[in-house]
Design a protein around this ligand. Structure first.
Ligand code: BJW
Length: 257
């Protein structure tokens, strides 16, 4: 099947589905100018994850870790949703339910207007008190003090994100799993499908009969399990799917009259 036929197939599958999951990774935000992790210019090509994104790194050198997160907050601050994020937001009212389950911490799905969002790996605009666990939102860029200190108890604050070796929020993970069990179709967009347990979500969905459409310029471990794998950029492919889907909907309505 060529890419055009795959896009057509994806639109057909969407037109027959009620409960949709968009499972997203850093690739969907790359066209907004936010670096991915494992791509050519990805963060893990320039920086060592073990020095910056582990609990051990934070306890050894909280200032260094915070300086890195402050740098990334500055990159993300003025970035805008691209056509990929926007199409997902436009689909809010098109289906009985649409959940965005994202590994991204950049907040661009919210900025685009998506409604039901599960952030599996946290949010870079949130800080968490290391003593009391209180989460606060802080958009100041650059941060006023590094490392930031909890205003209530004076303890160190940490980024409210999930580092390697840390468990994901069990409530969020079970909500994601529950939504997937009700879904008929999942779009897996812009993720290398390498990081667990998040990567198991589309794999499990495919095994339990949910139609899985992958959108990614590269093949991934999910590719052999997906029903359709569209090799392209999210910001190109999603608007193409949307155009065809809108035509299908118009034709169906025309026939019903
Ligand atoms: C485009 C595009 C365009 C580009 N359009 N597409 C089982 C097996 C092996 C290992 C493990 C396992 N279970 C657990 C592990 C360990 C570890 C892990 O998975 N390691 C693997 C890397 C080997 N997992 C963990 O540690 C997790 N915790 C855990 O398991 O807890 C249990 C436990 C508790 C106690 C002790 C021990 C275990 C936590 C993982 C947390 C991941 N955190 C990060 C950082 C978040 C905060 C931050 O941003 O600073 O999350 S790492 C990073 O990877 C980030 C991402 O969310 C995540 C996934 O990356 P993503 O989004 O897929 O990006 P890329 O760069 O990998 O891929 C981009 C893709 O986009 C590419 O495919 C491109 O082709 C594509 N693309 N342009 C569409 N325009």
């Amino acid at each position: 099947m060529d890419i055009r036929e795959k896009v057509q197939t994806a639109a057909q599958l969407l037109s027959q589905a009620d409960n949709i999951i968009a499972f997203t990774g850093s690739g969907i935000s790359s066209e907004s100018g936010i670096p991915t992790f494992r791509g050519k210019d990805g963060l893990w090509k320039q920086f060592k994850a073990q020095d910056l994104a582990t609990p051990a790194a934070f306890s050894t050198n909280p200032k260094l870790v915070w300086e890195w997160y402050d740098w990334r907050r500055n990159i993300i601050a003025d970035k805008q949703p691209n056509p990929g994020h926007k199409i997902l937001a436009e689909w809010n009212d098109l289906f009985s339910s649409l959940y965005v389950i994202t590994q991204n911490i950049d907040g661009l799905h919210q900025k685009a207007g998506s409604e039901n969002i599960i952030e599996l790996h946290g949010n870079i605009w949130k800080l968490r008190c290391t003593k009391e666990g209180t989460v606060t939102e802080d958009h100041s860029c650059p941060l006023k003090e590094i490392p930031p200190i909890c205003k209530k108890c004076g303890a160190l604050m940490r980024p409210h994100v999930v580092w390697f070796g840390e468990s994901l929020d069990t409530k969020l993970l079970s909500e994601a799993v529950k939504m997937c069990s009700k879904a008929d179709l999942m779009l897996a967009i812009g993720t290398s499908s390498l990081v667990y347990p998040a990567a198991s979500i589309p794999m499990t969905a495919a095994e339990s009969g949910v139609k899985v459409i992958e959108i990614n310029p590269e093949s991934t471990p999910l590719t052999p399990r997906a029903d359709t794998s569209i090799r392209g950029k999210a910001g190109d492919v999603l608007p193409e799917i949307s155009d065809i889907l809108n035509n299908i909907i118009r034709q169906t309505k025309g026939r019903e009259k």
